[in-house]
Ligand binder design. Structure first.
Ligand code: ATP
Length: 592
């Protein structure tokens, strides 16, 4: 027969060893003293008696103390009248049925006096004596409210044990709290909901956070210090933190991008990251909204293709049922097929892959492309007009719809206002040659000899952008008529000057965000330009592309591709596009 477990002993306080009665010990001591001289033995007996009395008193007090502690402990445990109101518990029946659920974003004064429930993260807590605890509870973004649990003299609904327990909940644990909304005596400056507070009556941890977080909430909301993927990995992560430089000293360490991405959950919980994500979502919405209002139709190009789409070598190759497939480096050809297929105006939003070993703050191996393509009625400048209108709509839309988010981002990553033309004024448009002339004449010494026939380098773009900001008070401009040698084989040459193309780039805060232009729609002209570029028109992918224009007559058309991550990052002047992406992919990073 299996051994029966013994019932657990009742938690009683350990009793102290029984102290011997004081008199008995004195007698014993006297006896022990023997029969030396009468005075000596008397002295010894007295001494022993005093010692024994002292010991006995000590023992009595200890016993008393232990007994008191045991009773109050046991009483405390037995009498925690609030024990059903807290704990690690997900039982939904624990909440009052009439408690309405609140969201901090929409919480108003009409809720004062009402019993409510809130699902939130416990951001931090602070004990005030043994009877009261203050906690900051946070929902999405930076929506926080102060919550207070104060022990009631009757021990319910909140007991001292409950207060102590709430004070020990690990920060970033997910809690569901029930309580009464009250008006604080003074506005709570540290919380976004400053005019209301929650007086806790129940508090349950639904998911506990670990005692030590990989990245604390405060550090996650500090500016990222270093974007290198090369940083050496370290056990404790301490080396990945650096104390804020003096001047902006907050006492909170800031961390590298590696540390942020390794603690992706805390990285995402940071209000600054949520604000960036909200702005990003709004940019997509504005892009779609504007183009749809101009009768553009959306479509989905494939991402798996059989040949490098633009003939370039910067494509990811992957095994595909015994042959090779590639990840699309642009939806370009498919946008054109849509136009050839009878759509007048199309757009797409989707992933774009570049197998480029570019470890810069503006490159990723996967980014989100915002693409559009349209028929040309008279002149390709119609496309530029459309894109400029689109981007102004996006910039003004961010300002109007995301002012709080922008302000929040600026509190972490300071930036100057993004300058755009006043309503009614047109976007600054220079030709490539005019841009180079400006650089030669007014730019830094090293650009005195820049050529009109060669593409611009990144430092040239930055210098030109700075000149233009100072001179024209704008952070957004276009460069038109790129040199023939700087554009791919499908770019239409300017019929009046074949040294340049009907192709353009657009810039935000000195950096390229968009490339586009008119495409060749005549198969003979296309084939000739392909040959001129030194490419075989019969090579895989190219032949199929040229054939599109042979299948049926295709109207004149053009378009552009812009990077969503760059639009967001450059508008906010973030130090890297990696902050604007949800899960940045770089040559050295495929996780998380
Ligand atoms: P860059 O010269 O800056 O590398 P690109 O000329 O290769 O850019 P395009 O091929 O013209 O860029 O792509 C159109 C747009 O897509 C760019 O203007 C940019 O906004 C975005 N983009 C291109 N490559 C990347 C990348 N690696 N990471 C993030 N965005 C990119």
């Amino acid at each position: 027969m299996a051994e029966q477990p013994k019932p657990a002993p009742a938690p009683v306080a350990e009793a102290p060893a029984q102290a011997p009665p004081a008199e008995a010990s004195a007698a014993t001591a006297a006896a022990e003293a023997g029969d030396e001289g009468a005075s000596t033995s008397k002295k010894a007996a007295k001494k022993a008696e005093a010692k024994a009395k002292k010991e006995a008193e000590k023992a009595r007090r200890a016993a008393e103390r232990a007994a008191t502690a045991a009773t109050s402990d046991a009483a405390a445990q037995a009498e925690d009248l609030a024990k059903d109101n807290y704990g690690q518990e997900t039982d939904v029946t624990k909440y009052s049925p009439d408690a309405g659920h609140i969201n901090l974003k929409t919480l108003g004064e009409e809720s004062v006096g009402k019993t409510v429930t809130l699902r939130a993260w416990l951001q931090n807590s602070r004990m005030q004596g043994a009877k009261m605890v203050f906690a900051e509870l946070r929902e999405e973004g930076n929506w926080t409210i102060q919550a207070i649990a104060a022990a009631n003299p009757e021990g319910a609904p909140v007991s001292r044990q409950m207060v102590k327990w709430i004070g020990a909940v690990n920060p970033e644990s997910f809690v569901v709290v029930e309580g009464v909304i009250q008006k604080p005596l003074e506005p709570v400056k540290s919380c976004r909901v400053s005019n209301l507070e929650l007086h806790i009556t129940k508090c349950f941890v639904h998911a506990a956070a670990p005692t030590v977080l990989g990245l604390t909430f405060a550090t996650a909301n500090r500016p990222v210090t270093n974007f290198s993927d090369e940083e050496a990995k370290v056990e404790e992560g301490v080396e990945k933190l650096s104390i804020a430089p003096p001047g902006e000293a907050t006492g909170v360490p800031a961390a590298s991008m590696i540390a942020h991405l390794e603690s992706i959950v805390m990285h995402k919980r940071a209000p600054v990251q949520q604000a960036i994500a909200d702005i990003r979502a709004e940019v997509k919405q504005l892009f779609r909204e504007y183009l749809r209002s101009l009768s553009f139709k959306d479509f989905e190009p494939p991402n798996l293709i059989s040949a490098a789409s633009e003939g370039g070598a910067n494509v990811f190759r992957l095994p595909y049922f015994g042959q090779d497939a590639f990840l699309a480096q642009s939806p370009q050809f498919y946008k054109q097929i849509e136009i050839a297929g009878g759509r007048k105006r199309v757009f797409s939003i989707g992933p774009v892959f570049r197998a480029e070993n570019s470890n810069t703050p503006r490159h990723m191996t996967e980014f989100t492309g915002l693409d559009l393509e349209m028929e040309i009625v008279k002149d390709y400048h119609e496309i530029m007009d459309t894109i400029e209108g689109l981007l102004l709509y996006i910039f003004r839309g961010i300002k109007e719809r995301c002012s709080e988010e922008v302000e929040l981002v600026r509190s972490v990553y300071p930036s100057e206002e993004f300058l755009v033309p006043e309503p009614g004024q047109s976007v600054l448009r220079l030709t490539f040659a005019e841009g180079q002339k400006l650089l030669r004449e007014e730019g830094p010494e090293e650009f005195r000899n820049v050529s009109d026939d060669e593409d611009m380098s990144t430092p040239q773009e930055k210098a030109l952008g700075a000149l233009i900001r100072a001179k024209y008070k704008t952070d957004f401009f276009a460069l038109d008529k790129f040199p023939e040698g700087a554009r791919p084989f499908y770019a239409k040459e300017d019929p009046k000057n074949p040294k340049v193309t009907n192709a353009y780039d657009m810039f935000m805060r000195n950096q390229e965000i968009l490339s586009g232009g008119q495409r060749i729609n005549d198969p003979v002209e296309l084939e000739a330009r392909i040959r001129k570029k030194g490419v075989d028109p019969l090579s895989p992918g190219i032949k199929e592309y040229v054939d599109i224009f042979r299948q049926a007559g295709v109207p004149a058309h053009g378009g552009a591709g812009l990077g969503l991550d760059r639009v967001v990052a450059f508008y906010l002047n973030l130090p890297s596009v990696h902050l604007a992406a949800y899960y940045p992919r770089t040559p050295k990073r495929l996780t998380p």
